[in-house]
Design a protein around this ligand. Structure first.
Ligand code: DTR
Ligand code: ZN
Ligand code: ZN
Length: 316
């Protein structure tokens, strides 16, 4: 169920101003107007990378991956949960079965806000079996973890309720996120006003793709990147290919960001974004080389900050 237009319009206005001020804040200028209270803080890319280093170490210590049903996945979930518990989130672990193995979703609620108007962010935490999955999808998982920790550090108290999720078994076919949506009580589906998905946001030959599903969420992100003078393209390849799909199928407004996978960057895209034309956005997609060296820091930084701008703007 969508918010009424006025609410959406107001949210869009707050977001646009917030994005402008946030960009200036990130650029160093001091925001000066009342609207600055709505401005999102910078997300520390150094902290996001520290989470990626931890996920890399976990994979290294557990057979080289963090796949569904593995000790590496369990250790990844334990790491994220420990950080959130320490920061004051209310966490829960949801079990499911896939391919004869037990899978786990991690759900974290930030206390407060109107639960009838929940803004939810999600990323899948599992990797494929062939590698550590640092871009796919440590990048999204680490970015929303650092965003959640920044919410706590800022003691952000928005009008709406904030929920974060780390999904299991996405690589087996969106299994964890589908299980979560299937188990939602019918009345609870309409309480989720926005679901934002982040799956691969640090690709080494990056593109800047914005999901073109819900127009308000899409505008949030496009305004932010416009403030950076960065062109974006709709994520047309991604329809149905990540954890936003079950939410969209349930009628929940969805959006998100993507920096590209195994298809090749065009000459025009290289003109706009830099990087190498004729090469994949992520040459290590689903491979053993998807390690911490497989991350473009600038893309990770911009996308992490965009996540915060959208969260602050949509939840005010
Ligand atoms: N399904 C994701 C990667 C992904 C998301 N959108 C696209 C579009 C085109 C190719 C891959 C993807 C995963 O592998 O986890
Ligand atoms: Zn994948
Ligand atoms: Zn993925």
């Amino acid at each position: 169920m969508k918010l009424s237009v006025p609410g959406r319009t107001a949210a869009a206005a707050v977001i646009a101003v917030g994005a402008l001020l946030t960009t200036s804040a990130i650029a160093g200028a001091a925001p000066t107007s009342q609207a600055s209270k709505a401005a999102a803080p910078d997300i520390s890319v150094a902290n996001v990378k520290a989470h990626l280093n931890e996920l890399q170490s976990i994979a290294d210590a557990n057979g080289g991956n963090r796949a569904h049903g593995s000790k590496g996945y369990q250790a990844s979930l334990d790491y994220v949960k420990g950080k959130l518990d320490a920061a004051g989130f209310t966490t829960s672990v949801q079990e499911f079965t896939s391919n004869g193995k037990t899978g786990y979703n991690l759900i974290a609620d930030w206390p407060g806000g109107d639960e009838g108007q929940t803004v939810m962010l999600g990323s899948h935490l599992d990797s494929v079996g062939s590698g550590p999955g640092i871009n796919d999808n440590g990048s999204g998982s680490a970015a929303i973890l650092e965003t959640a920790l920044t919410v706590a550090k800022e003691n952000y108290k928005p009008a709406k309720h904030l929920r974060f999720a780390w999904w299991g078994a996405e690589e087996l076919g969106l299994v964890g996120s589908s299980h979560y949506v299937d188990k939602l009580a019918t009345g609870d589906r309409s309480k989720i006003k926005d679901y934002l998905n982040f799956d691969m946001i640090g690709s080494p030959n990056p593109g800047y793709f914005v999901y073109d599903d819900d127009p308000t969420i899409e505008k949030t992100f496009k305004d932010y990147f416009a403030g950076l003078n960065l062109a974006t393209e709709p994520d047309e390849e991604g329809d149905g290919r990540s954890d936003h799909a079950p939410f969209k199928d349930a009628g929940i407004p969805v959006g998100g960001l993507f920096s590209g996978a195994d298809y090749e960057k065009t000459a025009e895209q290289a003109q706009n974004w830099g990087g190498t034309a004729g090469k994949p956005f992520d040459p290590c997609y689903h491979s053993a080389c998807d390690k911490t060296s497989n991350i473009d820091e600038t893309a990770l930084d911009h996308n992490s900050d965009a996540i915060a701008v959208a969260l602050w703007g949509l939840s005010a």
